[in-house]
Write a protein that binds this ligand. Structure first.
Ligand code: ADP
Length: 548
């Protein structure tokens, strides 16, 4: 701004200076011309007096570089010239000043000489002897005038430049000061140039627009933050250079980082090579997915490219906790394999026995043994299928109509149903307790008591004792099934509730176990919002307590 003002001031000063120099020069030039003519006239009268007095000898003493003296006879012949040889000069009778002097006694003229390229002023006077004395002076040239004026012009230009610089600085500061002091927040309260009013109004409108836009953006970003932070899934936005732009609370927890990682390379957040590869793939425009474990939790990461007008602007990383899903998937696969195996074994046994019988390869006395085996395996198959049906129903977790059931009554029914088994095994079974009403699904509750009592009998030794207790304690119904059988080693205790998990496979099969009893118990108890506790010692017995 100062430079611009300085340039304008210099330019205008120069224009003024040149114009005034031009005007002053032309005045000066005219003035010099007039004073030259006056001086010429005065000099002529002095010279004329001296020539009249001393005759032509005066010319010898006349020495002047400025003036030129010429003596012309009345017939125009040049008698003397201070700058040229008189005899070589042409007749001067036709010269205007000579002619005038001869006629009137005085003459003057000004002529431009092509040969000299100069203008000359002439003054002539008629002497008493009839000759004409002429004096001449060359007009001052513009160049000469400028040469005379140069130092003055130089001084004036310097002064003008210094003045322009000082003024430009001062003016620029004065002009800029109110602009610098502008209160952009309260534009209308500024006391500044009125010429600025339209601009200030425009700025005010722009300010309002920008403020509104900022407000809108802030609102949107707040909304985005609130939504993403409320998400259970992790969400990370990276720009095209792989720098974190946004990271929600779930993702922060997942990667163990905080807000300070925003603006840093994603490699500082997660250094997994597979993740880097997946991000690179997504940046190249290919959707990528990966499954990785972090702190014992299995995550699925979905990485997609963010595209704007065909260009990659970054990627979005979404993470899902799939631990349960993966666990369920593994369980399902394992369960399917186990079911196939469990079904195959009795079926093969049935087919084998049937084929032997069909081909008369069984001795008549063994026929009953083979038919018993077929029956036993078929019974096992039926109970296995029943258990699988129960489990899959429990897995569906469908809402069934609950009814008020007396658990004590159910327990009595179970014990009655198991009396034959208990007798076969020579195990005593007894029930203690009171009527305990519970809201639930009768069939599932029956399964719980049946499986626990069935196990207690089957894993008891000859002469063993099974004690079933039921009590209502502080609103909680407690079912306790205690035996003094073989017991379960501590390392197996947490696993016996897994599907098809048996401590001793042959013993379980021998006693008609399917390996699904306790998993049915676990799921049915969970369905009723209950808890299971196991307390067992090898050789001493097992107590399983269920609290509803
Ligand atoms: P199973 O049909 O084989 O009995 P369960 O799921 O009912 O299957 O039980 C799983 C395993 O837990 C059994 O195979 C057995 O080894 C053990 N078990 C269950 N109950 C008892 C118990 N009362 N005493 C000792 N071992 C038991």
């Amino acid at each position: 701004m100062t430079k611009k003002i300085f340039r304008s001031i210099i330019l205008s000063s120069m224009v003024v200076l040149i114009t005034s120099l031009f005007v002053a020069s032309s005045f000066l030039y005219n003035y010099f011309n007039k004073s030259q003519v006056t001086r010429l006239k005065e000099e002529l009268s002095i010279v004329a007096v001296n020539v009249e007095k001393y005759g032509e000898e005066y010319f010898d003493s006349f020495k002047s570089s400025i003036f030129r003296l010429t003596l012309v006879a009345h017939d125009g012949v040049v008698l003397y010239d201070s700058k040229a040889k008189a005899n070589e000069m042409e007749n001067h009778l036709d010269r205007k000043e000579i002619d005038q002097a001869l006629k009137t006694g005085k003459g003057s003229s000004a002529r431009y000489s092509e040969t000299l390229g100069k203008k000359t002023f002439y003054e002539a006077v008629l002497l008493e002897n009839g000759n004409v004395l002429r004096i001449a002076i060359n007009q001052l040239t513009v160049t000469a005038l400028l040469v005379i004026m140069t130092p003055a012009i130089f001084v004036i230009v310097i002064i003008a430049l210094v003045l322009a610089l000082v003024m430009a600085n001062k003016m620029a500061k004065n002009i800029v000061k109110p602009l610098n002091e502008l209160d952009v927040e309260n534009l209308l309260e500024n006391d500044t140039y009125e010429e600025l009013a339209p601009m200030l109004n425009k700025i005010r409108r722009q300010n309002r627009k920008i403020n509104n836009q900022i407000q809108e953006l802030k609102q949107k970003s707040d909304e985005f933050e609130q939504i993403t932070n409320a998400m259970n899934e992790g969400l990370v936005l990276l720009n095209k250079n792989g720098v974190v732009v946004s990271i929600n609370d779930a993702a922060k927890k997942l990667f163990g980082v905080d807000d300070s990682f925003i603006g840093r390379d994603f490699l500082t957040v997660d250094r997994s090579i597979n993740m880097s590869k997946a991000i690179k793939k997504a940046m190249e425009g290919k959707h990528s997915e990966l499954r990785e474990e972090r702190d014992g939790i299995e995550y699925q990461f979905i990485i997609n490219r963010i595209e704007l007008e065909g260009n990659t602007e970054g990627v979005v990383i979404l993470s899902f906790d799939i631990t349960e899903k993966a666990f369920a998937e593994r369980n399902r696969k394992e369960f399917t394999a186990n079911v196939s195996h469990e079904l195959k074994t009795p079926l093969q046994s049935i087919i084998g026995s049937a084929e032997l019988l069909e081909n008369d390869l069984v001795k008549p006395e063994d026929t009953k043994k083979f038919i018993d085996n077929i029956k036993k395996e078929a019974t096992r198959l039926v109970s296995l299928i029943n258990d699988i049906i129960d489990l899959s129903q429990l897995d569906e977790n469908s809402e069934l109509n609950k009814e008020t059931v007396d658990l004590y009554k159910i327990t009595k029914e179970v014990v009655e149903a198991l009396t034959l088994l208990a007798q076969q095994k020579e195990v005593e079974i007894e029930v203690e307790g009171e009527s305990c009403e519970i809201k639930g699904i009768k069939r599932y509750l029956y399964e719980i008591v049946y499986n626990l009592c069935d196990n207690a009998i089957r894993y008891s030794k000859k002469g063993g004792k099974v004690n079933v207790k039921l009590k209502n304690k502080g609103g909680n119904i407690i079912l306790e099934v205690k035996d003094n059988g073989i017991g379960i080693a501590s390392e197996h205790q947490s696993r016996v509730f897994e599907r098809f998990y048996r401590v001793d496979k042959s013993h379980s099969k021998e006693t008609g176990g399917t390996g699904l009893g306790l998993s049915i118990v676990k799921n049915a108890v969970a369905y009723h919002g209950g808890k299971i506790k196991i307390d067992s010692k090898v050789g001493k017995g097992t107590t399983i307590t269920i609290t509803f």
